[in-house]
Design a protein around this ligand. Structure first.
Ligand code: PMP
Length: 408
């Protein structure tokens, strides 16, 4: 059973939330970009550097063995967290971006000129540019699925794009701009009916939704620790074992080899084949503390709390800000509100809100093709996490009202 949600207790676990910005208490609403970090994660990192730093997989000495054990414990935790079959399917990367690049570079080696990869117009640049690099190298074609007025994908168009040249579909689970939660399980089933593997960009889903890779039946799933209350510079690539086994290494170096000679080098088994060089083992170990945090509070509780903040803030904004336009009104939506007010420039709103201690994002949010599709240069974006409160939502809306009145 999930525990009762006490947001004050949750906030108490995050020292950075006590900070002031511009002399005002921080109201942090840029969680889509990165989340704040609980004390337990920070302390784990500090202890590693103060007390026990040693490289993983390298030595018989105690500290090295302990470091290896901590890293592999996180791998097991991640396997359980996303319900993967085995630890061999969990590859540590630098983040979502590297995970997608890894798949595009390595799996993409089997693509030929004229092969087609299906993307959507709501993708983050991280799920566009790696495929474009393949486009210029190999001559693959990109097919881009459009959205409707609410910011939901055109699923008929999606299905119509599959043909005998389709080699991959790669799309986001949750849009970092529109908040749309895509029906990825159905989309994956569609792709599989056509014999096409799927990569899901889970950067914006993993902090908020229960991810079950076996239920989704995705072939690849990528996400980043820093958006999940964990350290920066750590990401996860989940891949089905048979696919990962069939793929060539992404980078070469230490850790990823079986035996090296100048005549012939063999590669390590999964997952190490894809983990060349010394990883951020300190961060990886500390990531398990972030998973502890999420599990101690309960992901279902976090999701319900954020949903309530989304509903409350959206209604309040609509009621009190004339000229407001919200981008993204999907039926299934995550706690992200992208908006503009009249023709006021988003940067002006963001700057003045910052003066009130309110951190929101402004700009194209690394989704320029989506901005082009919407016919706007950018938006202001407020996004919520486990520790945000109704009082912060109130302060944000009244701050926004003031700012808009000043700018009009
Ligand atoms: N995809 C989506 C949907 C994102 O929101 C982000 C981060 N904004 C990324 C990919 C890239 O994540 P990272 O920078 O952690 O690699």
């Amino acid at each position: 059973m999930e525990r009762v949600y006490n947001v004050a207790d949750v906030r108490g676990m995050f020292p950075s939330l006590q900070n002031k910005v511009q002399g005002k208490p921080l109201i942090y609403l840029d969680n889509t970009a990165t989340s704040q970090t609980p004390r337990t994660v920070v302390e784990d990192i500090v202890s590693d550097y103060y007390e026990r730093k040693a490289n993983v997989h390298r030595g018989v000495h105690t500290l090295s063995q302990e470091a290896t054990a901590r890293q592999e414990e996180t791998r097991r935790r991640v396997r359980d967290y996303i319900n993967a079959d085995s630890v061999e399917e969990i590859i540590f990367t630098r983040g979502t971006t590297e995970g997608i690049n890894l798949v595009a570079s390595s799996y993409g080696q089997r693509f030929h000129e004229g092969d087609e990869v299906i993307l959507t117009v709501m993708e983050h640049h991280a799920n566009i540019v790696p495929w474009q690099l393949l486009q210029s190298r190999v001559g693959i074609k990109l097919r881009v699925v459009d959205i409707n007025d609410k910011g939901e994908l055109d699923l008929e168009q999606y299905e119509s794009y599959f043909n005998d040249r389709t080699v991959m579909a790669s799309f986001t689970h949750v849009s970092n701009v529109l908040g749309t939660i895509n029906p990825v399980r159905d989309m994956i089933a569609t792709a599989h009916r056509h014999g096409v593997p799927v990569l899901v960009d889970g950067a914006q889903a993993s902090p908020h939704l229960r991810i079950d890779v076996r239920y989704l039946d995705c072939d690849f799933y990528v996400f980043s620790s820093h958006k999940m209350y964990g350290p920066t510079g750590i990401g996860i690539l989940y891949g089905k074992k048979a696919l990962l086994e069939s793929m060539p290494p992404y980078q070469g170096g230490g850790e990823m080899i079986g035996h090296v000679s100048f005549e012939h080098t063999t590669f390590a088994d999964l997952p190490y084949k894809f983990e060349a060089g010394t990883p951020d083992f300190v961060g990886i170990a500390a990531f398990s503390k972030a998973l502890d945090f999420i599990e101690s509070v309960g992901l279902g509780n976090i999701e319900a709390h954020e949903e309530e903040l989304l509903r409350y803030t959206t209604e309040k904004m609509r009621a009190s800000i004339p000229g407001l336009r919200i981008y993204g009104e999907a039926r299934h939506k995550s706690a992200v509100i992208s908006f503009l007010v009249d023709d006021i420039h988003p940067y002006d709103i963001g700057m003045l809100l910052d003066g009130l201690g309110i951190a929101v994002r402004t700009g194209h949010h690394c989704a320029q093709p989506l901005m082009e599709r919407l016919g706007i240069p950018g938006t202001v974006r407020a996004s919520f996490a486990a520790y945000n409160t109704v009082e912060e939502a109130d302060a944000f809306v009244s701050g926004l009202k003031r700012v808009v009145e000043m700018l009009r």
